[in-house]
Design a protein around this ligand. Structure first.
Ligand code: DX5
Ligand code: ZN
Length: 222
């Protein structure tokens, strides 16, 4: 990777109609760079969504890379399954990984691009020693588990501080933000240095998801 990573919109299918996923994905793909897939286990977060079999079917209909966000305990048990299912990018939560360095290496060994997600209360400094090993850091701007929550502003301070580390250390990693991303919150996120923007309800909760994605993408192009 050379220079700053491209700014990308990553629609989160969590807010899409699960009975019509292929149609919903086709609507937003022309305006997006990644497809964000939220995996929840009912233990790490108080909600359950989907697992590798569904990811494999998404892979069959999607043209964009699948960005799988694992909100699960013991993610190491499932890394190979998500790789086989077709995940291109895979993020695990720092809070769920006692052996984070090893987990990151295994994600890469499985042929996926590794990322680590941070809950709102987890400082970016917890990743200082592994930043060179990562392709991206996912800053949660809501508490993980549900779509449609209100943006938590402390995420902006964390993004700024991570951006400084990336620039000071000459790292190539992308900064991804997830939670409460919408037309109202986007300008501050752009200003803070975000590269990849996950948006669920702002796209799939809108009357016209394609138009909503197109508007957000237009804002990223500036
Ligand atoms: C929440 C998920 C998000 C969710 C964001 O735990 O990780 O990806 O879809 O939803 P919005 O964009 O509605 O806040
Ligand atoms: Zn997510």
């Amino acid at each position: 990777m050379s220079g700053a990573p491209a700014r990308l919109l990553a629609p989160s299918i969590l807010s899409a109609d699960f009975a019509r996923l292929a149609d919903q994905i086709a609507l937003v793909e022309p305006h997006s760079g990644l497809l964000h897939v939220d995996v929840m286990d009912g233990r790490f977060v108080p909600n359950i969504t989907l697992g590798p079999p569904v990811v494999a079917r998404l892979k069959a209909v999607a043209t964009l890379p699948l960005d799988c966000h694992l909100m699960i305990e013991e993610p190491d048990r499932f890394l190979a399954d998500f790789a086989r299912a077709g995940a291109s990018l895979l993020s695990v939560h720092q809070e769920a990984c006692p052996h984070l360095h090893r987990t990151i290496q295994r994600i890469r060994e499985e042929g996926m691009r590794p990322g680590v997600a941070l809950n709102p209360a987890t400082p970016v400094e917890t990743l200082d020693l592994v930043l060179p090993d990562l392709d991206f850091v996912l800053i949660m701007s809501v508490n993980p588990g549900f779509g449609g929550q209100r943006f938590i502003p402390v995420a902006l301070d964390k993004i700024r501080s991570l951006k400084r580390k990336v620039l000071d250390r000459g790292l190539a990693l992308a900064i991804e933000v997830d939670g409460g991303v919408a037309e109202e919150t986007l300008p501050a996120l752009l200003d803070a240095g975000v590269d990849w923007f996950v948006a669920g309800s702002a796209i799939f909760g809108a009357p016209d998801p394609a138009a909503a994605a197109s508007r957000l993408e237009g804002m990223l192009r500036g």
